[in-house]
Design a binder for this molecule. Structure first.
Ligand code: ADP
Ligand code: MG
Length: 351
């Protein structure tokens, strides 16, 4: 009846996040006609009626793994928990419509604190025009846990998958990269200062953009509309939650293509460049591996180049190649370095 599982040591650290998902899900089969796309994209796609498809995606946030309440206000946490899910909906070219919210809490949290969390959820649901239609509430013996599921709609056949990129397609990214990760580094540093000297109050003004990107990210709801306006239909799309490098590899694997990414094209905010110098970290490494940017990464056909060129929201950062050529970063010094997906590793706490 009672089993000691501690000695069963097929360590998940060898698989990493993506290897673990593949390993655990490889035996699932699709048996329902309505399942258009199952595991393996930003969201699943479910047939609805002759005109519409539904997309559905879920994310789990755990205290002290995904957020630290010593600098993450609960209102922001609620907002961010919604945003990270909606980002996956937009990455499918879909419009989010509903969310469900599940929480596990300990009695360490007064009602007022949970009201704050829900004020953030309410603000995000208003801004992104989604209805909160359910959830679950339970107790936790450790930290706070929040899990959100988002549902969206897309015209039948218009969902953009990770698998549609072709050889020679251009690789495009929205916004700029690395700011959320550097925001986290700044907040972590100030936390350590505060622990030593509780009377100190940090001056975060020079880091305002970075801290905002970490504490109050937004999902790119403007991009599907912008692409429609420009008359561009991406061939593949993904959102950037785990870092540019890892997301490029997802697009390449799913589309069976390779990629050349150009270091000098990667969009960086001036604050990222400055703070990387201050921390003595390479800004390209941060853009490639930082994560939590919630920007969209997509591929377009070469004939759409003129439509995208010069758009302030969009940067062409590379192009797709034959699969056998692999996925590479072409550095400023014109050397070719293989891209590595770091993702999440349970024994290597990247944050
Ligand atoms: P994203 O970063 O866009 O949220 P993930 O890397 O978390 O995507 O997940 C990749 C795919 O694997 C998605 O289709 C997701 O639904 C699926 N997935 C992740 N974890 C599990 C799990 N434990 N069981 C089944 N499917 C999972
Ligand atoms: Mg995603």
């Amino acid at each position: 009846m009672f089993e000691n599982r501690e000695n069963e040591t097929s360590g998940i650290e060898n698989l990493g996040e993506f290897g673990l998902i593949d390993h655990l899900t490889k035996n699932f089969t699709i048996n329902q006609k309505s399942t258009v796309k199952g595991i393996g994209d930003d969201a699943a796609v479910i047939a609805c009626d002759s005109k519409m498809e539904l997309v559905i995606t879920t994310d789990l946030l755990l205290e002290n793994v995904h957020f630290d309440l010593s600098y993450m206000p609960l209102k922001h946490l609620g907002y961010k928990a919604v945003v990270v899910n909606l980002s996956d909906v937009y990455a499918m070219n879909a419009e989010p419509t509903q969310i469900t919210v599940s929480i596990a809490v300990s009695n360490r949290f007064p009602v007022e604190a949970l009201e704050e969390l829900y004020a953030g959820i309410t603000a995000a649901s208003k801004f992104y025009n989604v209805d909160v239609v359910g959830g679950d509430t339970t107790s936790s013996t450790t930290g706070l846990l929040i899990s959100i599921t988002a549902i969206g709609t897309v015209k039948k056949g218009e969902a953009i998958l990770r698998s549609g990129a072709g050889v020679n397609d251009l690789l495009v990214v929205t916004g700029d990269l690395g700011a959320a990760y550097m925001g986290l580094q700044v907040l972590e540093r100030e936390k350590q200062v505060f622990l030593v000297n509780p009377n100190s109050q940090p001056d975060l003004e020079p880091y305002s953009y970075l801290v905002e990107r970490q504490l109050k990210p937004e999902a790119r709801k403007d991009i599907p509309a912008l692409l429609k306006e420009l008359g561009v239909k991406p061939t593949s799309m993904i959102d950037i939650s785990d870092g540019l490098s890892s997301e490029i590899i997802h697009l390449c694997k799913n589309s069976e293509v390779g990629c050349n990414l150009y270091e000098d094209k990667i969009p960086l905010d001036p604050q990222v460049i400055t703070v990387c110098e201050e921390f003595n970290i390479d800004s390209t490494t941060i853009a490639l591996n930082g994560g939590e940017d919630y920007e969209l990464l997509f591929t377009i056909k070469t004939e759409d180049f003129e439509k995208v060129k010069g758009n302030p929201h969009l940067t062409i950062i590379g192009h797709m190649t034959e699969e056998k050529e692999g996925t590479h970063l072409i550095t400023r010094a014109n050397t070719k370095i293989p891209l590595i997906a770091r993702g999440w590793n349970p024994l290597e706490n990247k944050d």
